[in-house]
Ligand binder design. Structure first.
Ligand code: GAR
Length: 190
């Protein structure tokens, strides 16, 4: 069984979708949800889903080995970033080389980098007059949104779109594809 941890900073709708997708899966399970925000809605979702959840702060993540120790305790094989907004520190990159996957709500390399997350991405896409946007699933490295791209899917951006309407279209793409892409990556590992 491949055991996965999900890191999420906010709402956690992707975390929920992924967890539901893998419920009862023969070879992949979601075993831990981690958040950097004590008030993140994803923590309520974790409770409802019956998945253990933990909150950590900057000091814990960047200056201790508590998170690697926790991941070891839960025998985690892969880390999934689903709306997680902090850089992953070197200790985790070393421990999970090629086994940390992020989703970004735009077609990288455009509209990525520090500060580009959630609604800010959609606002920038619309402000630039783009006719298409989409999602990017990629491996995580030491920079924001720069790791090797695994998968992209596109959608149309219309003149009438608002950041909210675009966000909802992008979320639909995420729900549709992210769990399947995770499944393919995890299944083809080793
Ligand atoms: C998702 O759209 C995800 O792609 C994005 O945050 C949203 C989280 O939604 N991630 C980033 O912007 C990372 N740079 P959710 O909490 O409902 O899953």
């Amino acid at each position: 069984m491949a055991r996965l941890a999900i890191f999420a900073s906010g709402n956690g709708s992707n975390a929920q979708r992924i967890t539901e997708y893998f419920t009862g899966h023969p070879t992949i399970s979601i075993n831990l949800i981690l958040s950097n925000r004590p008030d993140a809605y994803v923590l309520h979702r974790a409770e409802g889903l019956g998945i253990p959840a933990r909150v950590f702060n900057r000091t814990t993540l960047y200056e201790t080995s508590d998170i690697p120790a926790l991941l070891m305790k839960y025998q985690i094989d892969f880390i999934i970033l689903a709306g997680f907004l902090w850089l992953i520190p070197q200790n985790l990159l070393t421990l999970y080389t090629g086994r940390i996957i992020n989703i970004h709500p735009a077609l990288l390399p455009k509209y990525g980098g520090k500060g580009m997350y959630g609604m800010k991405v959609h606002e920038a896409v619309i402000a630039s007059g783009e006719h298409e946007s989409g999602i990017t699933v990629h491996y995580v490295d030491e920079n924001y949104d720069e790791g090797q791209i695994i998968f992209q899917a596109k959608c149309i951006v219309s003149e009438a779109d608002t950041p909210e309407s675009l966000a909802s279209r992008i979320h639909e793409l995420e729900y549709r594809y992210f769990p399947e892409v995770i499944e393919k990556v995890v299944t083809s590992d080793k």
